[in-house]
Design a protein around this ligand. Sequence first.
Ligand SMILES: Nc1nc2c(ncn2[C@@H]2O[C@H](COP(=O)(O)OP(=O)(O)OP(=O)(O)O)[C@@H](O)[C@H]2O)c(=O)[nH]1
Length: 705
Amino acid sequence: MTSLCANNSSANPFSTRALAAQAAQIQPFGAVVAVDSACRQVHSVSANLGALLDIALPAPDTLSLACLLGKRLSQRLRRAMQGREHLPAPLTFVRQTHGRNKRYQVHALRSGSQVLVEIEPLQPLGKWRLLGAVNERLMQLADATHQEELLDNLVKSIQELTGYDRVVVCHFDSDWHGFILAEALGGRLPTLLGQRFPASEFPVGLRHAYERNPIRYIQDIEAPAVGFLPKPTAPSLEDSLLRAPAADRVRYLQKLNVRGSLSLAMQGDAGLWGMVVCHAATPYPTPPPVRDAVRALVQMATQRLLLLQARQEARYLQRVQDSLVLSSTTRKEPQSPAQLLKAQAETWMALFRAHGVALWIDGNTYLAGSAPAPTMISQLVKRLARTHDHAGPWCSRELAKNPLTSSLAMGEHCGLLAVPLPLNLEARGWLLFFRPQQVEALYWAMQLSPRDPKTHHPKTHHPHPSPSQPSVLTLPSPCAAWCEEVIGKSEAWQRVERLAAMDLGEDLTLAISAYEISKLNGYLEQERKALADANQRLEQLAHFDPLTQVWNRYRIEQAIDAELVAAKRYGAQFGLLLFDVDHFKEINDTHGHALGDDVLIALASLVENSLRGCDHLGRWGGEEFVVLAKHADIEALIGLAERLRELITTLNVEGLHKPLTVSIGVAEWQPDDSCKSMVARADKAMYRAKHEGRNRVEVATREVS
Ligand SMILES: Nc1nc2c(ncn2[C@@H]2O[C@H](COP(=O)(O)OP(=O)(O)OP(=O)(O)O)[C@@H](O)[C@H]2O)c(=O)[nH]1
């Protein structure tokens, strides 16, 4: 045994008494040196350090790291630990004992105000042929396209590489119960595949420790643990790979007939996704390079797993988005909540694995599939509105036990995912998905402890002879699972489903708002149309004669005035024809007033239809009419008057046996004419026509005003 340099040769504290009192203990396959944060002064060492390095140890307070590791290595370690929590990569050193070179691996990590330097002998690898095998397996993992294939590959690769008797992937559910998803067996331990481990086996402290240091290794649970010297400065070994297993962990592994174990964390985006656990039925030394290889495989598999999951989630989210976006973009008309639900309910229920869906908008409930009655939905929504004040979804898989819903008779509905729809500032709508009960058989690898976060009272049956009473570390008869039948719960709402529901809620809010806006626009359009109709009616009343539907006196006067302005400005020629039905009183008297009306209507229609587009007919009053003839000189006016006179004689009105005749007075525009003067001249001419025997055209004389 070689001896080390020492500054001071005070009393040796490595006494049996001091050893017995040691609290922190390590496994004997390595040794630990606890040094100050600057990695210089040794505070304490594990009692096996001397034996491991084959040296005689002096008192720790006389030791420095340089004395133990040599100047160069301790300097490298000091530099590498500057500003770091642990060494980025292990260091190695060689010590010569009895003429033979012995290799050691050094790892270091911070623990409180100290640095723990872990020293482990490096044996020649012998049977382990790592490099090629690991690379090949890494490639296989990187190529896996499905989670199941990936995890099966992973456990198989690790089992073949390490020779452990059982390698499993344990995935944590939302309650932190572990579920064995994949397994590779080496022969000496029974299967755990498909079984569950209660959350009490993975306390929060342990989970956090895995986040800091993702690998735990127990070479042999029965190997005697090694303490530290001197006692008062015993380090905290929480994150040390060498830490001796706690008594309850030893008992736990004993129950599983396990002597050696290697566990590695699979760190997901939102915390610990699961663990890879390797078990051996006998003490199982696993050299550091092999542990590193396993760690590389687990890291690659975890990355691949997260990628596959992210892709799957992205595809799912896209399908949910398409379910609404497609429907609203393929239609021009925004759909009402009822139409939306009718069109999409089947797709949504399939996407959210729900058996019913409800939309609650402004006190109206729309249902599809199997959902509670509208009165129940109203109560539910009232409670949600009172208690759920944020924008995210609310969900439960056990409505009968949830304080919010336990007093509502929800019947067959065990699960609810409720998404608030912020339709306006005052009120929210709700999109509600319902799931039925899912009777589930869970196979537990061990009995649940009272501290497990499970509130249900499972109906249990035991496939194997009498299980032990519930307690933390109680297993049924050797490694036999017991079956728990879970009732009163629906399938759990997955994180991605809650995210997708929020997306859907946002889209749905937009779609419903678009519908509300289009409805308001519809109302506005109706009102606008009603107003336009009323205006049109007013215009009709203001400008048209109600009996004959030709312009009334007011309107024809307006037209004459406009023409007078144009004539004054541009000298355009125009004139008026004023005509009056001959002996109209006789028609009324002989055939009745109604026929007189019919005659006036037929006459107006005949004359109006025979005029050019630019000429206008107006009823001047009684049986008198005016024709405004534009762009017409006196010849044209007389021609028009004669044509109309003759035409009117051809008018055929049922019940009227004599031909209808009119007397027409023609007045051509002359400068300084007004409407009144023109009509007066035409009137004079018309009376002359009456006087001359009727059914005639007379032209107004030119008059000087
Ligand atoms: N049916 C009907 N008769 C009307 C209307 N407006 C006026 N009258 C009648 O038309 C008749 C006009 O009669 P008169 O002014 O005596 O003229 P007339 O009988 O046509 O004789 P002359 O003009 O001299 O040929 C009156 O009896 C009016 O009551 C109307 O809208 N409908």
